[in-house]
Design a binder for this molecule. Structure first.
Ligand code: SF4
Length: 347
């Protein structure tokens, strides 16, 4: 039987492990320290736990970190890491360095069931929810693990569709007994899954990014089937119920498709939708993917759109595209081909 991983357990869960093995209560905190502060990769390195207790721990548990399988580097310094997760499934994480930030974009699922028209992960379909351990593993198993300044949950999957494990991973990353990161260094994205988004707002302090992509219901339905269940007005109405304070940031992501959602009318409607909500808008260049008629808007069009928003008092930025040549840019992460290759090998 495979040993259970300790990495990815909360302090409360580690207290359960200590209790089960009849260890002194303080052992849980010691294990958390070794896992999340001293970042050991074996139980034998947990030196302040007695040899006998380490042996007992070793019988049933392992640390459970997984090294990456492959890394690709873009001409702009962006790196895409590939990790294997049981049953020949793969996930990707993108490391995005800039002058003053070193950001890691992590995945929360292998594939995704949300079916957004413009997204490679969506085209892959859904394979699995990642565990909290598999999510946090991405930030400690890359070469730049000690340089990271920011974390974004914008990789493969819809974080709100795996809310339990996502919240658990955030608890490990932000707690004093864990990595003790400020929640202000973390941004979690969603296409707007109402109930789970409420939980996220209430149970975490991290920033929230909502993918809007169109302010019109009918068009948004075509781009993002979630609109049929949670219309964007409903999502914005939920956001307006909360006081996010001065520090917590709400942003809207808006991928710009040529001739589809980049008109002045779209910009005005967007302004109307978000009025009264302290937020900003990030305009994102679309990277064409196979089997879609969608094309990215020109830079000039994006600037015009940005100007309309800014003139109406909505802060809007145009996001630089990163890692396009290695398929690490927004919406391009997919491990479908790897899964197929493995299936071919198996049969
Ligand atoms: Fe899933 Fe996000 Fe892609 Fe939509 S955009 S299919 S929610 S990964």
């Amino acid at each position: 039987m495979e040993k259970e991983a300790l990495f990815g357990k909360t302090l409360k869960e580690l207290q359960g492990v200590a209790k089960e093995l009849v260890f002194p209560g303080f052992t849980a905190k010691q294990i958390a320290d070794w896992l999340y502060k001293k970042k050991v990769s074996t139980i034998d390195e947990m030196l302040n736990i007695s040899i006998k207790n380490r042996e007992i721990l070793n019988e049933k548990y392992r640390v459970g970190l997984s090294a990456y399988d492959k890394v690709q580097e873009s001409v702009d310094g962006t790196k895409k890491y590939l990790f294997r997760t049981g049953n020949n499934l793969f996930l990707e994480a993108a490391y995005i360095p800039s002058e003053n930030r070193k950001t890691l974009c992590v995945s929360s699922q292998v594939g995704c069931k949300m079916g957004c028209l413009f997204c490679m992960t969506g085209k892959q379909g859904f394979q699995k929810n990642l565990t909290a351990g598999e999510i946090v593993n991405q930030m400690v198993s890359i070469e730049e693990k000690d340089e990271l300044t920011n974390l974004v949950y914008m990789g493969m999957g819809e974080p709100m569709d795996n809310i339990e494990q996502v919240l658990k991973s955030l608890e490990i990353i932000t707690s004093d007994w864990g990595f003790a990161w400020s929640p202000r260094r973390i941004n979690v994205s969603t296409i707007g899954v109402g109930p789970a988004m409420r939980r996220f707002i209430e149970e975490s302090e991290c920033h929230l990014a909502i993918s809007m992509h169109s302010p019109y219901n009918q068009q948004r339905k075509e781009l993002m089937p979630i609109e049929n269940v949670y219309p964007i007005e409903q999502i914005i109405a939920i956001l307006k119920e909360y006081d996010f304070g001065r520090q917590r940031r709400i942003s809207f992501e808006y991928i710009m498709f040529e001739g589809v959602n980049d008109s002045v009318e779209h910009a005005r409607e967007l302004v109307r939708l978000v009025s009264g909500l302290k937020s900003r808008v990030n305009l994102i260049k679309f990277h064409p993917i196979p089997d879609t008629p969608l094309r990215g808007s020109s830079h000039q069009k994006m600037e015009e759109f940005q100007n309309v928003l800014e003139k109406k008092g909505v802060t809007a930025t145009i996001r630089k595209s990163r890692g396009e040549d290695i398929y690490a840019a927004c919406g391009l992460l997919s491990t479908k081909s790897k899964i197929q290759k493995n299936e071919e090998k198996d049969f």
